[in-house]
Design a binder for this molecule. Structure first.
Ligand code: NAD
Ligand code: GLY
Length: 360
């Protein structure tokens, strides 16, 4: 077991990471000084796999628990599901001393975090992420949100968890495609912040894709450390935290153009990272050799790596223009400075498309 700390002053918290930790959630919450009633929020498939073990651990530590289920999937990351959580909390008379546990992937983490941020103006929150993407990205850093029918994550709040518990065994039931999608964010962390970590991924990608336990734990811990370091520098994304959006500008445009149905988020980000590296290369910020290394690693993770032939770059303009980080018609684009560094540059959507079309 290892601990990665997210250092945010009074809002600091540990990420406990290892094999078999679900049965120790109760004692870990006690160690964090968490008291009061506990609501476990999950969806039916994940709850069927893991809720009982979490519940037993909590009851063993003396917590009074309830389970709140919401329907599975990104399509249910909305105010209707949020209403189900609020109804359960009101119906069961949860008070300000209560804590919500998110047991599931990023969808459950984001919606539960938002419920915890807003119920009674804020109650406690613990993350138990069960997808690779949620373990290395969504559960760390305190961004919480639900979708509006007009766009993703439009209703949200910053609300840091008090504890994150990552049980590596949960990855064994995750579908391979979801696992690979999480690997895109792992690779992103190496590109934006840590060339040594990227090298570790290059050496170990085959073991990682075979889910070798030691390699996987090292990768997840490494990724959490990188994300924690970025969040510690800029908790509310005034500036530097935006480097975590590397690959996401084009990734989001691809997701939006395909109606959020064709690509998993990590798959769209994988393609977006290669496009962003290509744009970086065309601006002379990243070398051709580094672009080649990024592309090779993405492909070894079994991720899509180029925009499919039936989608034209020009199709992405509308999606690019809707980028949440745009300002006065320009998008704050994250370029990679080789491997291990980043630089922001402002582009219009048309400039991005023109430059990529001429360079690829
Ligand atoms: P997800 O939560 O939809 O989970 C993917 C699928 O895997 C679901 O069907 C889920 O039921 C299932 N699942 C989860 N754990 C499982 C397990 N151990 N075994 C078997 N099946 C399991 O998807 P995700 O990729 O984890 O998260 C995506 C969401 O995260 C998006 O809504 C995105 O906006 C959000 N996100 C948030 C942040 C943040 O900083 N808050 C960062 C990245 C992504
Ligand atoms: N996933 C981007 C962030 O947490 O800032």
């Amino acid at each position: 077991m290892q601990t990665v700390t997210v250092n945010l002053g009074q809002r600091s918290y540990p990420i406990e990471l290892g094999e078999g930790l679900l049965s120790r959630v109760g004692e870990m919450m006690k160690a964090q000084g968490i008291a009061g009633r506990v609501g476990i929020v999950s969806n039916p498939p994940v709850a069927g796999l893991y809720a009982e073990e979490v519940r037993e651990s909590l009851q063993g530590a003396g917590y009074e628990t309830s389970l709140v289920l919401i329907p599975e999937g990104e399509g249910h990351k909305n105010t209707a599901s949020l209403g189900l959580i609020y109804d359960a909390l009101v119906g069961r008379r949860f008070d300000r001393g209560a804590t919500l546990i998110a047991l599931g992937g990023g969808v459950i983490g984001d919606i539960t975090g938002f419920a915890a941020a807003t119920f009674l103006r804020g109650i406690g929150f613990v993350q138990i992420p069960t997808t690779l993407l949620a373990q290395v990205d969504a559960s760390v850093g305190g961004k919480t949100a639900v979708n509006h029918e007009q766009g993703k994550n439009l209703i949200g709040a910053f609300h840091q968890p008090r504890l994150v518990v990552i049980d590596m065994k949960t990855l064994r039931t995750l579908p391979q495609r979801e696992f690979a999608a999480g690997m895109a964010e792992v690779i992103k962390h190496g590109i934006i912040q840590d060339a040594g970590y990227f090298g570790f991924l290059e050496d170990g990608m085959d073991s990682l894709m075979r889910m070798d336990p030691a390699a996987l734990e090292t990768a997840v811990a490494g990724s959490c450390r990188i994300k924690a370091a970025v969040v510690e520098q800029d908790e509310r994304e005034q500036d530097r935290r935006a480097i975590l959006n590397f690959g996401h500008t084009i990734g989001h445009a691809l997701e939006s153009f395909t109606g959020y149905e064709r690509f998993l988020h990590g798959e769209a980000v994988a393609i977006g990272m290669i496009q962003a590296a290509a744009l970086s290369a065309s601006r002379g910020v990243c070398g051709a050799a580094e672009l080649g290394r990024i592309e090779a690693l993405v492909r070894r993770a079994g991720l899509p790596w180029r925009i499919p032939d039936d989608i034209a770059l020009a199709d992405l303009v509308d999606g690019l223009e809707l980028d949440k980080k745009s300002h006065a018609g320009k998008i704050k684009f994250v370029l990679c400075e080789g491997i291990g560094g980043t630089r922001f540059q402002w582009f219009s959507a048309a400039e991005i498309v023109r430059e990529l079309a001429s360079g690829l």
